[in-house]
Design a protein around this ligand. Structure first.
Ligand SMILES: Nc1ncnc2c1ncn2[C@@H]1O[C@H](COP(=O)(O)OP(=O)(O)OP(=O)(O)O)[C@@H](O)[C@H]1O
Length: 329
């Protein structure tokens, strides 16, 4: 793997007793990238993040940041910032003192600390909140303070462990956009752990899809969604329809938005089916269509026209280039 990478993980592994939870994982990322580790519960993503942070010791492999091997360093020697899932602010300290905490430990003088706290509060959109206590703030505000506390000492790397999962849906979306905007502004290399594929795809430069301690695919969100490398990546990320064997052969699949209810210039195949259900998702309608015993989901924009009804017969239009071939991998 190239020495140029800012964050490099080589053949990293971790076992708890006989249970190997990270199985020789390698990846490299450039400075300033926003990376997500995405996978189901228990796949090892948090363990990888904790090894990068220095809270867990690998059984094998190495971690390099900015060309230096940090594998043996203690957490406080790694110059990393971390935000956790649960609000980990110190409840007895004001917001200002929380944000200043790492600076104080590093021996930054009081005046500089104060200036940096003000700068951080502006950055997270909470100017003037320094005298508040965590319990006086919403969950989303507390996570912004946790982010400010992590980045105040200017870490080389920002590690985010499911920082949005305790928040409700609307705040979660707004906060992830704010995190991304702040990360871009600072240009700080960031590793974000999530089991939420939409979250990972929407904010990352690149995503590492993990399963059972291995990397299934590493790529841009666009690549992972449109060109899944493995069966697991294809089915874990987004919805996928298995196509009828008789017409398409074995292991052929297609995304719901790539099946059209009207003819397309590139239509190669048409299928006839019966609408069995209609899911209203606001901007999108998800139709369930039964094609000779194979259920297919079809997403179509809610264009305010009369939508198909249950029991309607519909013709589906597919283009061969949109059909995914799922390998054995
Ligand atoms: N300290 C530990 N002792 C024993 N087993 C552990 C320990 N920490 C994690 N594990 C196990 O390692 C596996 C991977 O855990 P990890 O937390 O990395 O998964 P994850 O992908 O982050 O999942 P989640 O989203 O649920 O946190 C799990 O099976 C977990 O039970």
């Amino acid at each position: 793997m190239s020495d140029q990478h800012f964050l490099r993980v080589d053949n990293l592994s971790k076992s708890y007793g006989a249970n190997q939870v990270v199985k020789g994982v390698s990846f490299g990322f450039d400075k300033g990238e926003f990376i997500s580790l995405l996978g189901p519960s228990g796949c090892g993503k948090t363990t990888i993040l904790r090894m990068i942070a220095g809270f867990e010791t690998p059984n094998g492999g190495a971690i390099h940041v900015d060309g230096k091997d940090i594998t043996g360093l203690r957490p406080n020697e790694r110059k990393l910032g971390m935000v956790f899932q649960a609000y980990a602010l110190f409840p007895n300290l004001t917001v200002g003192d929380n944000i200043a905490f790492g600076l104080k430990v590093a021996g930054v003088p009081r005046e500089q600390r104060r200036a940096r706290v003000d700068e951080m509060l502006k950055l997270i959109g909470l100017p003037g909140y320094d005298k508040r206590y965590p319990y006086e703030m919403s969950g989303g505000q507390q996570q912004r303070v946790a982010l400010a506390r992590a980045i105040a000492p200017r870490p080389r790397l920002l590690l985010l462990d499911e920082p949005l999962s305790a928040l409700d849906a609307k705040i979660r979306v707004s906060l992830r956009e704010q995190i991304r905007a702040i990360q871009r502004e600072l240009g700080i290399t960031t590793v974000f752990v999530t089991h939420d594929q939409e979250e990972a795809l929407s904010i990352s430069d690149r995503v590492v899809v993990m399963n059972a301690g291995n990397i299934e695919q590493l790529g841009t969100p666009h690549d992972i969604y449109n060109r899944p490398a493995t069966r697991f990546a294809a089915t874990f990320v987004g919805h996928l329809n298995a196509l009828p064997h008789a017409t398409f052969g074995a292991d052929r699949a297609i995304r719901p938005e790539l099946i059209s209810l009207s003819p397309r210039p590139d239509t190669d195949t048409t299928l006839v089916g019966t609408v069995s259900d209609i899911g209203f998702m606001g901007s999108v309608l998800r139709l369930k269509v039964d094609v000779e015993g194979t259920p297919l989901s079809i997403d179509t924009f809610n264009a305010n026209a009369a939508p198909p009804q249950r029991g309607d017969q519909v013709t589906l239009h597919l283009a061969a280039r949109d059909v995914l071939v799922l390998g054995a991998a």
